[in-house]
Design a protein around this ligand. Structure first.
Ligand code: HAM
Length: 422
């Protein structure tokens, strides 16, 4: 146990870090281009926020939350998703007082007690965004386009948006009543979970993974799209027209239900043939009021970063190795340690990467290490070099070697960076 991480978690290190950093950089640059501001909210919140926000009938709240009592007997929960916390922060900090819609994005770890498998962890990471304060369908289209754009910028291709409308408090009750009327007589054919869903949230049956979807198909369960009220219908049509104008590839999926209860109207998932769902989101016009804020419409999405990275690897192979080391300083004699450290600091402060051995290895082993690290140059410093006031500098690619004054190494690296030969 002591040397084993908990199931469903990962250590991210070594060559994986370059890929994570690259994804994070794409995320920051893309949201900057769309003029979003970053927000960082706590990793844990009051349990009630998720019960109210995410919804008591969702799998997340029913089965997947990491909930605990702290030493003051407060019930806290590790966030299973980012939206509820961002909305809480929006209300608590009165971000609605600023003019215009709030456009916020985030990156961070999320926690769900799920059965781990490829692309499904218990601690995973999302980046995502929320736009609060506009019900304009142009925002829906822009946010969906942004969801695809950020993944395209990370080199992911072949993505499709599956689009649906889940209606609103005006049209959903009617659809719900129609669903119940069709399904009630066949309730015994549904799994125990869906029998409960039938009373509490029948739309969720479309998301069942235990065969209830076949029952729905057989009984011709009504599609929410047929039940939409005129306003929801118009909203969806406007979103679709704008997605077409923006050349965002989408397909309608009338059976798409997301795993969270806060959605109203637009809901979507971005899928890839190799992997399934990479990200998803939707509009949530009732959530801000639900957590105690002013009646404010909202919309957003989140992408699973592990899944984006997995897809990138499936499409392009392993991430290329980190850029190599500019300089390795080999210390041939302990008397040269101070001079070596001065050289290392000068080179690093000039913006180059430089390293040395810390384990007292012999010169031959140090040169081997420099080679393994892919160093461009090696500067050898020993008693002779100190006496001459110059380091022996070796170009690791050509094997060429020459003396360079102690304070001339930075200059040499600059000239090499400009394309000169040693
Ligand atoms: P979600 O669909 O629950 O939505 O999660 C979004 C994405 O997070 C998924 O598409 C998936 O890539 C990733 N994800 C979810 N669970 C796991 C897991 N156990 N392991 C690895 N990746 C996972 C939300 O979380 C909403 N907050 C999105 C949103 C923002 N809606 C409006 N605003």
């Amino acid at each position: 146990m002591l040397t084993q991480r908990p199931r469903g978690t990962a250590d991210i290190y070594g060559s994986a870090i370059a890929a994570w950093r690259a994804l994070e950089e794409v995320v920051h640059a893309t949201f900057r281009a769309y003029h979003y501001e970053e927000i960082r909210t706590p990793v844990f919140e009051h349990t009630e926020l998720f019960e109210r926000g995410v919804g008591e009938t969702t799998d997340i709240v029913e089965k997947e939350m990491y909930t605990f009592l702290d030493r003051g007997e407060r019930s806290l929960t590790l966030r299973p998703e980012g939206t509820a916390g961002v909305v809480r922060a929006y209300v608590e900090n009165k971000l609605y007082a600023a003019p215009g819609a709030a456009k916020l994005y985030y990156i961070g770890p999320m926690f769900r007690y799920e059965k781990p498998q490829k692309g499904r962890e218990r601690q995973f990471h999302q980046f995502g965004c929320e736009v609060l304060g506009s019900d304009d369908p142009a925002v829906d289209a822009e946010v969906i386009a942004l969801n695809v754009d950020v993944l395209n910028r990370f080199g992911l291709a072949g993505l499709t948006v599956e689009l649906n409308s889940v209606g609103c408090p005006v049209c959903r009750p009617e659809h719900r009543a129609r669903m119940v009327a069709v399904l009630k007589p066949a309730a015994h054919r549904l799994c125990p979970d869906c029998q409960r869903r039938l009373d509490r949230n029948p739309l969720r049956i479309f998301d069942c993974k235990r065969g209830c979807r076949e029952v729905l198909a057989e009984l011709h369960a009504p599609s929410i799209l047929d039940a939409l009220c005129p306003d929801c219908r118009q909203h969806l049509a406007a979103v679709e027209a704008l997605l077409t104008a923006l050349a965002v590839p989408y397909v309608r999926n009338p059976h798409l239900v997301r795993g969270l209860d806060y959605y109203t109207r637009t809901a979507w998932e971005v899928t890839a043939p190799e992997l399934g769902t990479v990200g998803g989101g939707g509009r949530y016009n009732g959530l801000v009021a639900e957590v105690g804020g002013p009646d404010t419409p909202g919309i957003g999405f989140a992408v699973g970063m592990e899944r984006a990275l997995l897809l990138r690897e499936l499409q392009h192979g392993p991430w290329p190795a980190e850029p190599r080391l500019d300089l390795f300083v080999a210390v041939a004699d302990p008397s040269a340690t101070a001079a070596a450290m001065q050289m290392l600091q000068a080179v690093r402060q000039a913006g180059f990467t430089a390293d040395r051995d810390y384990q007292g290895r012999g010169l031959k082993a140090q040169l081997k290490q420099a080679d393994r690290l892919g160093a461009r140059l090696v500067a050898i410093l020993g008693g002779d070099e100190l006496a001459r006031g110059a380091a022996t500098v070796k170009d690791m690619a050509s094997g060429e070697q020459r003396d360079v004054p102690m304070d001339g190494v930075v200059d040499l690296l600059r000239r090499l960076a400009d394309g000169a030969q040693i």
